[in-house]
Each structure stands twice: as C-alpha cells, then as structure tokens.
Write a protein that binds this ligand. Structure first.
Ligand SMILES: CC(C)(COP(=O)(O)OP(=O)(O)OC[C@H]1O[C@@H](n2cnc3c(N)ncnc32)[C@H](O)[C@@H]1OP(=O)(O)O)[C@@H](O)C(=O)NCCC(=O)NCCS
Length: 159
C-alpha cells in the first residue's frame, strides 16, 4: 500500500476532525484549523492512502524555537505500519526548517503506543501535569526532545 504524506489542505479539515474523533482525541473547531492553515509556523500534515483517503493526521506549530506537538493520530486499520513514525519524522524536519530546536508535547500517562513512539524518537519525560485530562481524568506526561540532535535512524526508517 502506498502512503503519501502531504500538507493538510482546507478541503480536508472535516475528514481530519472525523479521524481525530474516531481515534478518541479531542479535536479543534474547523475554524481553528482554517486559521492554523494560514499560519506559516504551523506544521499540519496528513497521510493519504492509494485511494486518496486520509489515514493519519499530524498537527503542531513552532513558537520561537520550540515545536509544540498538538496531535498525531492514525486510523485504527492502518496502525503499526510505520505511518506515525513517518509523519513525526517529516513534522520534526519541517519544524527544524522553521527554526525549532526543541519539541514538546503532552500525552496521557497510560497511552503506551504514543509514549513508545515518542521514546523511539528520543523524547524523554520532563514533567507531569496532574489531572490534566478529563473523560477519563488522567495525568499528562510532558515529553521533550532536543531536535537539533540526530533522530535515531531506526525511527525514521521503520521496517
Ligand atoms: C500512537 C499512534 C499515533 C501510533 O501510530 P502507528 O502508525 O501505529 O505507529 P507506528 O507504526 O509508526 O509505530 C512507531 C513506533 O511507535 C510505537 N508503537 C506504535 N504502536 C504501538 C503499540 N500498539 N504498542 C507499543 N508501541 C507502539 C513503537 O515504538 C513503534 O515502533 P516499532 O514498530 O519499531 O515497534 C496510534 O496508535 C494512534 O493513532 N493512537 C490514537 C491516537 C493517539 O493516542 N495519539 C497520540 C496523542 S499524544
């Protein structure tokens, strides 16, 4: 199966929101995505399959030298095929081009697949926000990566 990573476009916003919701993530309003799409500091990517359907999404933005990672989600049927790793590698590369030297994110403490993905890229836990999430309530782990360091090759080229 061919997977193609492309910048998000305005006509994809509703499909992006549906995918995020299907993946159990809180999504932003369509208008908020429209604003982000006009901001050159945003990093908004989607993965399309060979039928041009959206199978994964990434959102984040660069503020000064920091890359804030907002969401990454892969449609359940397409997981564990290396798509998130490809998206994250491309997103970090794009953030680095925009001047980021550090990436930071929050993740549910129990979200093992996501934590393992970030650890594979070299992120480490730098803090914890108590009861940060609701429905269900849960702590957030704050994870960070110095992205001027090399991303491990294995993370960029998943088998
Ligand atoms: C987390 C998520 C994005 C991973 O997407 P994916 O495309 O399946 O991930 P990949 O196939 O690229 O896997 C890359 C690495 O992530 C880790 N990983 C992915 N799925 C995993 C799982 N089910 N269990 C443990 N580790 C996992 C592994 O380290 C993996 O590397 P490996 O294949 O060499 O072991 C996906 O599970 C998802 O969409 N979850 C729901 C949304 C979510 O929680 N997003 C994160 C918000 S912070």
């Amino acid at each position: 199966m061919e997977i193609c990573l492309v910048p998000m476009q305005p006509d994809l916003i509703s499909a992006v929101i549906s995918l995020e919701q299907d993946c159990g993530l809180s999504s932003r309003e369509a208008a908020s995505y429209s604003n982000l799409l006009q901001d050159s500091n945003s990093v908004l990517l989607v993965a399309l399959n060979d039928s041009s359907a959206i199978v994964a999404v990434f959102s984040g933005w660069v503020v000064a030298d920091e890359f804030e990672i907002d969401n990454i989600a892969v449609s359940p049927a397409f997981r564990q095929q290396g798509i998130a790793a490809k998206l994250l590698a491309k997103a970090i590369e794009s953030a680095e081009d925009k001047g980021a030297i550090m990436a930071i994110l929050e993740v549910r403490a129990s979200n093992q697949p996501a934590c393992a993905l970030y650890e594979k890229f070299g992120f480490s836990v730098v803090g914890r926000r108590k009861d940060y999430y609701q429905n269900p309530p849960e702590d957030a782990l704050i994870m960070a990566l110095e992205i001027h360091r090399k991303i491990p090759k294995a993370a960029q080229n998943p088998s």
